[in-house]
Each structure stands twice: as C-alpha cells, then as structure tokens.
Design a protein around this ligand. Structure first.
Ligand code: SF4
Length: 209
C-alpha cells in the first residue's frame, strides 16, 4: 500500500474497534522528506477533536522541544502507532491487536518518508518500534540502528508534562537528535555512542519490521 492509498483508507478505516471511540482519524502530518519522524502511542482528546497529532499541552511541549533544536513542527513527520483514540476519559493504551491492525498505515508512512531518525515516544511505541522488551525507561536516549535508521526511544510527552525529572530526560534525549540527524545512516546493526554493549534483544514480535 502506498502513502496515498494508506491515507485514503485510514480516513474511513473500521479495521479495529477503535473506530467506535474516535471522533476523527488522526493519520499524521508532516513533509514526506522529513529526516525526523516522531511516533506517539495514540491520539488523545485534543488530537481526536482536531484531527491532528500532538495537540494541546503535549503539543505545546513538543513545540518547545523542537524549538530547542531550532526545528519547526513543519519540518518533522508526526504520527502515532494507532490513528484512532482509545475509549474512555483516561484512554487505555492501544491493544496489540489494534497496533497490529493499524501497522500497515505506519509502515506506509515510514516507507514514504524514509526518515533517518525515528523517535519512539512512550513505552509502547518504544517496544513496537525497537522490537525490544525492555521498558523505555531502560533504553531511552539510545540510538538503535534498525533498517538504515536510528530509532531513539524516549518517554511520552504526557509523562514529561507532569514530572519535571522526566521532562529533563526527554529534553536530554531530544538533545541527541542533531548529532544523529547529521550522522550517516547506519549500515549495520550496531549502536551509536552507547557506553556499554546492549545484550542481544529478544524480539517482542518477530518480523514486525
Ligand atoms: S486505529 Fe487504525 S486500524 Fe483501528 S480503526 Fe483506526 S485507523 Fe483503523
């Protein structure tokens, strides 16, 4: 499925139960030549209302983080693992089956954008995009080479919003991005600037990529 087909299909998608809890599909947005690709977990209340990713207080924090790198929102591709808001006032994380149903849209976005750096925001995005079982708190800030891209796990913006210590960690993870964006694409499975070798990971879902 190419990008245009994915976008068209997603906007009317009923492939998983999240179609019942959404107001609007939040497909994602950004330039298709972006080198930085940010992936959150799922749309929240504000995103569902606006139909755009990273709105409200989380969006304002993201804008400040991007500002710190002298990057504008319009230079980055922004999306989420699932494109529809989970139900409830305090929405639950998406279920594995929902992430799996939505995966073709994310894959089409990645194939179209071909970013150099993917920032996986939050525990679920980190596990899905790196294929690792470790909690994001253990591997955050590392640049994990996968398929010619660096995947950088970090904490979710909602964690960063309410806890200054976690906000500082997210800020330090963002501070690594200029170095990675300036680096050559990784050619092999090796880690960049990681002090200690990481044990060979057990894939969370073999063949996810
Ligand atoms: S979350 Fe994804 S797979 Fe599920 S209904 Fe929405 S667009 Fe379709």
């Amino acid at each position: 499925m190419d990008f245009a087909e994915a976008q068209k299909e997603a906007l009317g998608c009923t492939k998983c139960g999240l179609c019942n809890s959404r107001t609007r599909v939040v497909f994602g947005e950004g330039p298709l030549n972006a080198e930085l690709f940010l992936v959150g977990e799922a749309p929240g209340f504000n995103e569902d209302k606006e139909g755009r990713p990273f709105q409200g207080a989380s969006g304002m924090l993201l804008d400040r983080l991007l500002d710190s790198l002298e990057l504008g929102r319009n230079e980055v591709y922004l999306t989420t693992l699932v494109k529809c808001r989970p139900p409830g006032a305090a929405p639950r994380p998406p279920r594995p089956s929902e992430v799996s149903s939505c995966r073709p849209y994310l894959m089409a976005q990645l194939a179209a954008v071909e970013p150099k750096v993917i920032m996986a925001m939050g525990d679920l995005a980190s596990r899905v995009l790196t294929g690792r079982k470790e909690a994001v708190s253990r591997i955050r800030g590392r640049a994990i080479p996968l398929d010619g891209r660096y995947v950088v796990p970090t904490l979710s913006l909602s964690q960063a919003l309410y806890t200054p210590a976690e906000r500082a960690l997210v800020l330090s993870d963002f501070a690594r991005l200029p170095e990675l964006l300036a680096a050559e694409r990784p050619q092999s499975y090796e880690t960049l600037n990681i002090p200690q070798p990481i044990a060979e990971p057990e894939p969370l879902q073999p063949g996810l990529w």
